[in-house]
Design a protein around this ligand. Structure first.
Ligand code: 6PG
Length: 479
């Protein structure tokens, strides 16, 4: 036994993670893949890594020091269960199985419970950063037991990205906490991407600028408060010219966005937790809307505004869009953190929201300057009930809210869809409202279903006898 860590599953993410592990002082890495051919390929391509190959699970287990630690990097789903089962058979109590895929957190909770019965530790770890992150330093969100963290902590710290001198990994919480947080990370990623796409669309249609010119705008934005990986790569994508047609690549890519499910999980989970992640939901739905060509083909004839969309002061409009993007982005993150807070309460995880914001500063897809501001907000107040009310963010809204409204108005007037911009603004106005028409909804519910209501002026639960003499009676609380 000479390896301190093993990797199962050698597709790109797995082999890159294995190479990353092998490149760090003190690690010797065992590798295993269902078909040995792939293992041989990785061995041949990376002799410098000093990998210890195994052709069976028994050999793999024998090559690992105790407590044995293995990271599974296979496609999420049934394949993961098969690998866990195989490892459980050759591992011993105290050993650690890590699932580094994008697993759905209820699956992780279930797997952890099952594996625990054999005395083996099961850790669901979210890993973000794509192929490059896996190789050079991802952001890692591990769940699982405290016992597993003792062994796993130093190994994961050795390969994680580093932001402001700190490794982008922290023990998120028990069982499925890591995959839960990774799920929300992806939901925020969807919102961030959709907001950027809306900003691009508005600028393009409002000013007639070319994708390459808009790339310059994004590159410029990336030097300020919007600085982030997604803004940076947006400029690169917009600048790309298609070799076969000579057109901007963005103009020849089919406008139907795909999704592997993590955004939808974030929204489904938020719905059951009662957390309004409207920005993430709109971003997820926008992908769905785009991916129904048969509907779009018939709806394309529906009427829109007559007048062409032209912006008179281009510079002012672009600045408005930048501010609208920033304000909407703050809403999306605030909603995402709200979901993590609610998930932690529901599942009994002790999640440090400030620590989550810190490990997202490097390595992951949503890495951004402004995560430092989120970290500051939670450092000032760990129990902040609504992230976007922190003083720094409140100041941004003071600067941005009028621009944000102008952009949403312009989009609606011009007939340009801006679902994430406008729903974020509605959330903003909803959460800050001193009184909401929810009162009327309560009245309606009481009318047709005797669902009762509470009053602003006295304790208790009430019902109006709508089909009788319409007097009010005290009633049992039915919610
Ligand atoms: C990451 C990403 C990654 C995700 C892709 C694809 O953090 O590295 O979130 O885990 O799988 O971004 O997501 P969609 O195919 O759903 O867009």
């Amino acid at each position: 036994a000479s390896a301190n860590i093993g990797v199962v599953g050698l597709a790109v993410m797995g082999s890159n993670l294995a190479r990353n592990l092998a490149s760090r002082e003190g690690n010797t890495v065992a590798i295993f893949n269902r078909s040995y051919e792939k293992t041989q390929g990785v061995l041949d391509a990376h002799p410098e890594a000093g990998f210890i190959p195994a052709s069976t699970y028994e050999e793999f287990a024998a090559s690992l020091q105790k407590p044995r630690t293995a990271i599974i990097m296979v496609k999420a789903g049934a394949g993961t269960d098969a690998v866990i089962q195989a490892l459980t058979e050759v591992f011993e109590p105290g050993d650690i199985i890590v699932d580094g895929g994008n697993a759905y957190f209820p699956d992780t909770i279930r797997r952890e419970k099952t594996v625990r019965e054999s005395g083996i530790n099961f850790v669901g770890a979210g890993i973000s950063g794509g192929e490059e992150g896996a190789l050079l330093g991802p952001s890692i969100m591990p769940g699982g037991s405290d016992e597993s963290w003792v062994t796993l902590g130093p190994i994961l710290r050795s390969i994680a990205a580093v932001a402001e001198g700190e490794p982008c990994v922290t023990h998120i919480g028990h069982d499925g906490a890591g995959h839960f947080v990774k799920m929300v990370h992806n939901g925020i990623e969807y919102a961030d991407m959709q907001l950027i796409a809306e900003a691009y669309d508005l600028i393009r249609r409002g000013t007639g600028k070319s994708p390459a010119e808009i790339a310059d705008i994004f590159a410029e934005w990336n030097t300020g408060e919007l600085e982030s990986y997604l803004i940076e790569i947006t400029a690169e994508v917009l600048r790309q010219v298609d070799a076969s047609t000579g057109k901007p690549l963005v103009d020849v890519i089919l406008d139907q966005a795909g999704a592997k499910g993590t955004g939808a999980w974030t929204v489904q989970t938020a719905l059951s937790l009662g957390v309004p992640v409207s920005g993430i939901a709109e971003a997820t739905f926008a992908r769905s809307l785009s991916s129904h060509p048969e509907q779009r083909a018939v709806a394309v004839n529906l009427p829109g505004p007559d007048n062409a969309f032209t912006v008179t002061d281009e510079a002012a409009f672009i600045e408005d869009v930048r501010l609208a993007l920033y304000a909407s982005k703050i809403v999306a993150y605030s909603q995402g953190f709200d979901e993590i807070r609610a998930g932690a309460a529901e599942y009994g995880w002790n999640i440090d929201l400030g620590a989550v914001s810190k490990i997202w500063r490097g390595g992951c897809i949503i890495r951004a300057q402004f995560l430092n501001r989120i970290a500051d907000a939670y450092a000032d107040n760990t129990d902040l009930p609504v992230l976007m009310t922190a003083p720094y963010f409140a100041e941004v809204f003071t600067r941005a809210q009028e621009a944000w409204r102008r952009v949403v108005i312009a989009a609606a007037t011009a007939g340009i869809p801006a679902p994430a911009f406008s729903s974020s603004l509605s959330y903003y106005d909803g959460i800050r409202a001193d009184r909401l028409p929810a009162a009327l909804v309560q009245g309606q519910r009481d009318f047709f279903g005797a669902h009762t209501y509470k009053r602003i002026d006295k304790e208790g639960t009430f019902h109006t006898l709508w089909s009788g003499d319409r007097t009010e009676i005290e009633a049992e609380d039915t919610h």
